[in-house]
Design a protein around this ligand. Structure first.
Ligand code: DQQ
Length: 626
């Protein structure tokens, strides 16, 4: 096997001094727009801006106090409700209606990455990065819950705590591999007493227990230390191992060299003794540290999933990395060379870290697993908050997991994955509202009567807006970017879509919408899909980014489809059957619970037709613990 030139330099003296950053990158500032011709689009006046300034000033003054109290009380279950005057009273009023109720969440405190999802003896197991002592990142353990359907969960005791020299600063992310004997093994990263990132294994104490309640760390841990050339803080998050044709186990660990993100490759006979290979699975220049690498096959046809063991020419491979530098999850589709043990992207311009994303909103550190029960691949992802640390501590909880998504290769475009909420979500659907053939005139905002409440599942199909008059072509030769005006911009064929979590006076509203325009760059009609948080909350200290991406609409598709899951403070939107997904976190102060309404809107200058819209009120999932 010829060594990868990049990998050869691992044995030189180069090292990186970058340390891990666990906080979110600062949110890019959003723009507040007025500008829609229709008076039903509320304009935000100087009163709002004054509120913003006062809010920010108060938050700045309070920040050191909160951090101090957070340190002092880090072992306390009691949050800091009611201690911060006006800002906290807004949080008090809103925090429990903002709490998601059908997405996976622990009872309280901080949660981040999904870890080690697996199906074992009739139960789905889900582990997650968790701080048992507070609502900010720190003191990380592996939380654990089990479920029959990935919707109704029972929370169990913490599975792994930081109690050894090699993980005393945190039991960080990792995966589960089911060994030849059918027993699951955890591979995880420990942050040692000196902050060195080590790889470790743990076994179930009693494999006959379907709930896998107790885990034992191996006495030979750590099973891996960082290789020469890789900084001791740039070596983490082992993947699920896969069986290669020659009978060995292979797995990767994320790393970086200088600015190159890479997936180190290791080989083992027993999932315990690992040997570094002299090639990397893959590396991409300029992408920085690769966290939570994921590597799995997808069939070219069909919606079913494949186990990592399977290797056949009729499939593609997905290589995903979570980029520490920008906190987004990027994947590439390609092939796996089973002889050289290397990944090759189909399109080098859309390689891991520089092309496709799972989600164009907030979604990070994702991990997939093969569900043998239903023969599908399931994707989990962490959705952080978009408010302030002050607010998180006051609320007493932070973060939620996205609804688990079924993932498969898009055999129509041949260039992306499809993601869809798992079918079990539909078990939560209650009262349904349906409308057919709704004509939306330019400027219309039409309530979907009866679709009330902060928990909805919505399915919507628009007719694709065709150009009927050549004059429109000239008017609409514009390049539209979601964050240039958001939903308030007016074009010929957009924006049009939904306003979710909106109050009756539209003081608060989150717009999820399409915009169709002619792209001179691509020399064709293109469709943008966007989620606009600029008017989501009257609360000043929140992210107001307008998220967006192109979405491919094939010539044979004369429609635009949308599925949106709304749950308190999360809006997960799937466009065109799941080709593009955007997840937003929003914090309505008025448009929550029974005050939350749903509207169709058309801010385009052309009429738009809604073929059908269905909206279901969703049941809550109770928090159960044993
Ligand atoms: N979170 C874990 C790390 C991982 C990061 C620590 C990604 O293992 O790299 O909580 O969010």
């Amino acid at each position: 096997m010829s060594p990868n030139p990049l990998f050869e330099s691992l044995f030189s003296n180069s090292s990186s001094t970058d340390s891990q950053r666990n906080a979110e990158s600062p949110a890019s500032p959003g723009s507040l727009v007025s500008g829609a011709a229709d008076k039903r689009w509320p304009r935000f006046t100087s009163v709002f801006w004054r509120a913003c300034c006062v809010g920010c000033f108060v938050a700045l003054l309070l920040y050191p106090t909160v951090m101090f109290l957070s340190e002092v009380n880090s072992n306390s279950d009691i949050g800091f409700r009611g201690e911060f005057g006006n800002e906290t009273s807004i949080i008090d009023a809103a925090s429990w209606s903002l709490r998601t109720s059908y997405h996976f969440r622990p009872e309280k405190n901080w949660m981040n990455d999904p870890n080690g999802p697996v199906f074992y003896k009739g139960f789905y197991h889900f582990f997650y990065q968790y701080n048992p002592y507070g609502a900010a990142w720190g003191d990380i353990v592996w939380g654990h819950a089990v479920s029959r359907d990935m919707i109704q969960w029972v929370h169990l005791d913490i599975a792994l705590v930081p109690d050894k020299w090699y993980d005393v600063q945190g039991v960080w992310s990792g995966s589960i591999t089911v060994g030849d004997d059918g027993i699951p093994i955890i591979l995880y990263t420990g942050s040692s007493y000196s902050a060195e990132q080590t790889q470790n294994i743990a076994y179930p104490e009693d494999p006959s227990d379907p709930l896998l309640r107790k885990w034992v760390k191996d006495h030979e841990n750590p099973v891996l230390r960082h290789p020469r050339g890789i900084d001791f803080k740039d070596f983490r998050d082992p993947t699920t191992a896969w069986k290669d044709a020659d009978g060995y186990w292979l797995m990767t660990v994320g790393a970086k060299m200088e600015k190159t993100g890479l997936a180190l490759l290791y080989k083992s006979v027993d999932l315990k003794h690992w040997e570094l290979q002299n090639n990397v699975l893959h590396a991409v220049l300029g992408t920085g540290m690769w966290e939570c690498v994921d590597f799995y096959p997808v069939p070219v046809q069909g919606h079913h999933g494949l186990d990592t063991y399977i290797a056949a020419p009729t499939m593609k491979y997905v290589l995903k990395a979570s980029l520490d530098d920008d906190k987004h999850d990027y994947y590439a589709l390609g092939s796996y060379d089973t002889v050289k043990k290397t990944f090759h992207p189909d399109d080098t311009a859309r390689d891991t870290g520089i092309g496709l994303r799972y989600d164009y909103g907030k979604f990070y550190a994702s991990k997939s697993f093969f569900d043998p029960e239903k023969q599908r691949r399931i994707l989990w992802g962490w959705v952080n908050e978009s408010d302030s640390l002050v607010a998180d501590i006051a609320k007493g909880w932070a973060s939620v997991q996205a609804i688990p998504r079924s993932v498969w290769f898009d055999s129509k475009t041949m260039s992306n994955l499809i993601q869809e909420p798992i079918e079990e979500v539909k078990t939560l659907r209650g009262t349904r509202v349906t409308q057919r053939d709704v004509k939306l005139a330019p400027g219309d905002v039409v309530e979907v009567t009866g679709a009330v409440g902060g928990q909805l599942d919505i399915e919507l199909v628009f007719d694709y807006p065709y150009m009927t008059n050549p004059a429109q072509y000239a008017q609409n030769r514009d390049h539209y970017d979601c964050n240039q005006g958001g939903a308030a911009y007016r074009g010929v064929f957009g924006p049009f879509g939904l306003l979710v979590l909106a109050d009756e006076y539209l003081q608060e509203q989150t717009a999820v919408f399409f915009y169709v325009s002619y792209s001179r760059y691509h020399n064709k009609w293109t469709t943008k899909f966007c989620s606009d948080q600029t008017r989501s909350s009257l609360w000043p200290d929140v992210d107001t980014t307008v998220y967006g991406s192109f979405v491919e609409v094939l010539p044979s598709e004369d429609f635009l489809s949308l599925r949106v899951l709304v749950d308190g403070s999360i809006v997960e939107s799937f466009a065109q059957g799941g080709r593009v997904v955007i997840t937003s976190r929003v914090y309505p102060t008025i448009a929550a619970d029974q005050n939350a309404r749903l509207y169709l809107f058309n801010n385009a200058t052309t009429a738009i037709n809604v073929r059908n819209i269905d909206a279901w009120q969703m049941s809550s999932v109770p928090l159960r613990t044993i």
